[in-house]
Design a protein around this ligand. Structure first.
Ligand code: FES
Length: 117
């Protein structure tokens, strides 16, 4: 599977996201709790971009802090479906999830592995 290097990922502040393109796929990178998560920038419901436009900012209302059993989430801007940032699993149906891509840090950069659709 093709690997793509995202330069200077360390410049992405915590709680924000960056949209990149790899293999013709729009990928959103979340910086969250000291780690980076890479997902296809497409909600599995009706295809909304889960992180808006290029260099979009993950607004505070799209992240819910840990409260009791409730995990940190990203909330789709169209109809409000919620997914755990950590693994992309839907809170209402664990069978539904964001498409996640492997991501690993390499110095200041992030390497993601994206399968073409
Ligand atoms: S498109 Fe995401 S909840 Fe409907």
């Amino acid at each position: 599977m093709p690997e793509h290097v995202i330069k200077n990922i360390i410049d992405l502040p915590a709680g924000k996201c960056r949209v990149v393109h790899a293999c013709g796929t729009e990928v959103v990178i979340f910086s969250h709790n000291g780690a980076y998560r890479a997902y296809k920038n497409e909600c599995p419901h009706q295809g909304a971009p889960i992180c808006g436009a290029f260099e979009a900012r993950l607004e505070p209302q799209h992240i819910e802090p840990l409260r009791g059993r409730r995990p940190d989430i990203v909330r789709c801007p169209w109809h409000g479906w919620e997914f755990e940032i950590a693994d992309g699993v839907s809170l209402i149906d664990p069978a539904i999830r964001l498409r996640q891509y492997p991501a690993r840090e390499c110095g200041d950069d992030l390497i993601i592995t994206v399968e073409p659709d």
